[in-house]
Ligand binder design. Structure first.
Ligand code: M6R
Length: 366
């Protein structure tokens, strides 16, 4: 059942080339310009005309929501708020006419997300669901939605569900942007082509596996880790840190790199591994300065960069190169080495990667 892999988690990490492709199958075709999500059709105008989008989710799904916030705001020009379902539901949130809710959940059974949906529904909101499990509670209570079609995810650490969520959310945003006219034909075409190329870029990122084992071996006994990114890679930093802490029990924090100087920089010493997700994008120059700041304090820099970068490797103890991709789609690629890193560290520490202590696959308690 693990298809020759030692754990479900690593099997699922390696499945991503296929799961992302499955997620786009029949829905996206750059040649014909096809871009459809059947489950959206009836309510799509609600999204097109939305004054605001509220995304509710927990954990990794919440991180997917954060990436979507950047994507929707950039291409649809609709303000987005991303809420922890548990915070949203308990504070008498303001939901106005014109607000649309998107709930993201792999399992479709997360209690807090379900309760947040019920609450928003009772206030008259239209709810879209992005779920992986077909027929799950969340899939059934939402008005419309799209499945991620990643296939069953068994490992408690969410991996292929995350990249499939990003794929679906991007498709939703591009459909809306196209209908709203907030994206040019040319830009849309460019992004569709880029989306189609993601599976092969993920495939390339997976080939980093052996190289990442060397990094894992070097840092497996660390007591803390810091993950830093900016822009679209900021949620990737959060996700990298969550992945590490939940399966290896190493304390890890993810931060927007620019926030470092407002506190976390005090943690940096010669023992602190700092993972920079520093691919070539609009915040590249800025993150280079952040790397310098960490170096100046003797932090141990591990960088995820775009292939061919000749600057950051000189500043890093370890460099991991991922293929170039449009910055808005980079999270689907830059998250791969972080999944692999946490997996290998956890295995080297003798942890139960598929079923970490104190955690369940679906959190059906409040
Ligand atoms: O099934 P859901 O997507 O609603 O689950 C949300 C979180 O419980 C989940 O993403 C959790 O954070 C994962 N264990 C992270 O790897």
């Amino acid at each position: 059942e693990k298809g020759g892999f030692e754990h479900f988690m690593i099997k699922e990490i390696f499945e991503q080339t296929r799961s992302i492709k499955d997620c786009m199958r029949g829905r996206l075709d750059s040649q014909t310009g096809r871009l459809v999500l059947g489950g959206l059709r009836e309510y799509v105008n609600k999204l097109v005309n939305a004054d605001r989008i509220i995304i509710v989710a927990c954990g990794t799904s919440w991180h997917a929501g954060l990436v979507a916030e950047y994507f929707f705001e950039e291409f649809c020009r609709i303000p987005v708020e991303v809420e922890y379902a548990s915070e949203f539901r308990y504070r008498n949130p303001i939901i106005r006419e014109g607000d649309v809710v998107i709930a993201i959940s792999q399992s479709g059974e997360t209690a807090d997300t379900l309760a947040a949906i019920e609450l928003a529904k009772s206030k008259g909101a239209i709810i879209f669901g992005v779920c992986n499990v077909v027929g799950s509670s969340i899939a059934r209570t939402t008005h419309a939605g799209a499945y991620t079609h990643a296939g069953p995810e068994i490992g408690v650490a969410s991996t292929k569900a995350f990249t499939a969520q990003l794929t679906v959310l991007n498709m939703i945003a591009l459909i809306v942007a196209n209908k709203k006219g907030t994206i040019t034909e040319q830009k849309l075409h460019e992004l569709l082509v880029e989306m189609e190329n993601i599976p092969s870029k993920v495939e390339k990122a997976l080939q980093l596996n052996e190289q990442i084992q060397v990094v894992a071996e070097t840092f497996k006994d660390a007591r803390n880790f810091l993950y830093l990114g900016r822009g679209y890679n900021f949620p990737v930093a959060l996700e990298g840190a969550l992945k590490l802490k939940e399966i290896s029990y190493i304390h890890a924090e993810g931060y927007p790199a620019a926030e470092m100087k407002h506190g976390p920089i005090a943690l940096i010493d010669e023992e602190m591994p700092v993972v920079f997700i520093a691919t070539k994008d609009s915040s590249y120059e800025k993150i280079v300065s952040n790397i310098q700041e960490v170096k100046a304090r003797k932090g141990r820099v591990i960088s995820i960069v775009t292939e061919g970068d000749d600057l950051i490797p000189k500043m890093s103890e370890f460099t991991i190169e991922v293929p170039a991709v449009h910055e808005a789609l980079m999270p689907m690629v830059s998250t791969i080495p972080l999944q692999l890193l946490s997996y290998h560290i956890a295995v080297m520490r003798g942890c139960n990667v598929d079923q970490p202590r104190n955690l369940a696959k679906s959190v059906t308690v409040e």
